[in-house]
Write a protein that binds this ligand. Structure first.
Ligand SMILES: CC(C)(COP(=O)(O)OP(=O)(O)OC[C@H]1O[C@@H](n2cnc3c(N)ncnc32)[C@H](O)[C@@H]1OP(=O)(O)O)[C@@H](O)C(=O)NCCC(=O)NCCS
Length: 169
């Protein structure tokens, strides 16, 4: 399958998207376009070149800030003592049930995009919300670690992202 990633737009069939999470289906169908129009989230979809209206999966990115004290001490020691530090947020990520294996491709595209943009708007990590234990295990596979006390919030430092993205190219 030849696929590509592009911003969510009118030609994409949002109604046909069906992932394992009802709330992530509803978000894509009813809220994602409004969020993008209001500059609250940048929403990217993965599509098959042969069927470009079919959404294989999607993810959304936003600007974010982390509290210095939420980061592990070993990370804090290498950072300036600013109370809040810049990060990117991967608020949602999901793939359609028809496309197993697309999850890691979506995540790698989000990591690549975050890394490239961080050269222009600094970001020290990508933070993600793992909505349940399965999502937490998925993110752990790529090296994400828990951020602060919230068991659902994970992060991956930009240095690790650079290594992952570098390995891919
Ligand atoms: C989580 C999700 C994106 C994973 O997509 P996927 O296409 O199954 O992921 P991949 O097959 O690319 O998996 C990558 C790795 O994570 C592991 N993984 C994926 N889902 C897992 C789960 N539920 N439990 C344990 N491991 C899991 C895979 O085994 C794989 O590991 P491997 O490389 O060692 O084999 C997908 O199940 C989904 O869309 N779920 C509903 C939405 C959701 O939970 N989003 C997460 C953030 S809110």
């Amino acid at each position: 399958m030849a696929y590509r990633f592009e911003p969510l737009a009118k030609q994409h069939d949002r109604a046909a998207f069906h992932c394992a999470s009802a709330s992530l289906n509803t978000y894509l169908r009813q809220i994602a376009t409004k969020d993008a129009e209001r500059h609250v989230a940048a929403v990217f979809v993965m599509v098959d070149d042969a069927a470009p209206a079919t959404i294989v999966g999607y993810y959304m990115l936003s600007a974010f800030a982390v509290e210095l004290t939420e980061l592990p001490e070993a990370v804090q020691k290498k950072l300036p003592r600013y109370p809040r530090l810049p990060a990117a947020l991967l608020g949602r990520l999901a793939r359609d049930v028809r496309f197993p294996g697309a999850g890691s491709l979506l995540l790698m595209d989000a990591l690549t995009r975050t890394y490239q943009k961080s050269a222009e708007i600094a970001s020290l990590a990508l933070v993600a919300d793992a909505k349940d234990q399965a999502a937490f295990v998925f993110y752990r596979k790529f090296g994400f670690a828990q951020l602060g006390r919230d068991p659902h919030r994970v992060f991956l430092p930009m240095g690790t992202i650079a290594e992952l993205v570098g390995k891919q190219n």
